[in-house]
Design a binder for this molecule. Structure first.
Ligand code: RP5
Length: 290
């Protein structure tokens, strides 16, 4: 087919996830983040005045697994953690003088774990489901509106202890949208850091994102049902505005998905369908993707 390859500069298999929301946004219960300018993000840059507040949510403390047998959170005292994470999808981790893992993307303006249960990487899984709308011919993604901040998002969730990530993808999709699909057949899009507003210097989100593109007939048979963590679920038309407004770094994940669709056509889309996606990709200025 013709060379529909609009994303020459967005081609690496691992998109650059910018560490921006983790410095500029926060859940309402967090204290104000200590200011960290772009130049002060890296741990390699000296920042002697850096004095971020410590925050750990009472929900995390109540789920300390050394106190609560059903708890999902690490002990607040990191010395009680049997194994401190030494690596993540981002590679080998560094630690501070207290032995706490340091955010691989740099300073966030908050220390402690915030709302995240694990010291270091907190692993999630993101099932990306797309279709072409029969009437509008627009590309759409299955999206949920998050209860915590009202933003639209990929219907992802946390990997349970000992759970295979493809099982998490299938389970989260079912729990959050009511849709049952075997995500083992999904195409791998990304594994790595998520620029999540809950991230701190000592705890952050990393994810595995897989993609399935559905035939329109199949998608129309599905009954969408928002789960407990979602305010709403819908087929969200993918336009520059809706993609840029997605939660955390889901915008980058969707752009990577579109690039893969155009580049490798894993779901055997027609030339017209590929052109629709390619023109959507063209509308992005890569430098400004959040
Ligand atoms: C994001 O948070 C991940 O990409 C995933 O979508 C989500 C998981 O957290 P919860 O939805 O379980 O809060 O960083």
């Amino acid at each position: 087919m013709d060379a529909i390859d609009p994303h020459q500069s967005n081609s690496p298999s691992r998109p650059q996830i910018l560490h921006s929301k983790a410095r500029r946004e926060k859940p309402s219960e967090y204290p104000e983040r200590y200011p960290v300018s772009d130049k002060q993000v890296s741990w390699d840059i000296k920042y002697p005045d850096y004095c971020p507040p410590y925050y750990v949510s009472p929900i995390v403390l109540a789920n300390d697994c050394t106190r609560n047998p059903n708890g999902w959170a690490d002990p607040e005292d990191i010395a009680l953690l049997p194994i401190v994470p030494q690596e993540s999808f981002e590679g080998k981790l560094n630690h501070d003088e207290a032995g706490r893992p340091l955010n691989p993307k740099g300073r966030t303006g908050i220390i402690g774990r915030g709302l995240l249960g694990k010291w270091g990487p907190n692993y999630a899984a993101d099932p990306i489901i797309t279709r072409i709308n029969r009437t509008s011919e627009a590309l759409e993604m299955l999206a949920i509106q998050r209860k915590d901040n009202g933003q639209w998002a990929i219907p992802g969730g946390m990997v349970d202890k000992g759970e295979e990530v493809s099982r998490t993808l299938t389970r989260e999709l079912q729990e959050e949208t009511g849709v049952t699909l075997n995500m083992e057949q999904g195409k791998m899009i990304y594994q790595g850091y998520v620029d999540d507003p809950r991230n701190t210097d000592h705890a952050w989100m990393e994810t595995t994102a897989k993609h399935l593109h559905l035939p329109v007939e199949l998608s129309e048979k599905m009954n969408l049902l928002a789960g407990d963590d979602a305010r709403a679920v819908r087929w969200l038309p993918l336009m520059q505005k809706s993609i840029c407004g997605l939660y955390a770094s889901h915008c980058s994940l969707i752009i990577k998905t579109l690039s893969e669709m155009v580049r490798n056509n894993p779901f055997a889309l027609s030339c017209d369908e590929l052109r629709t996606i390619a023109s959507l990709l063209h509308s992005f200025d890569n430098e400004r993707v959040p």
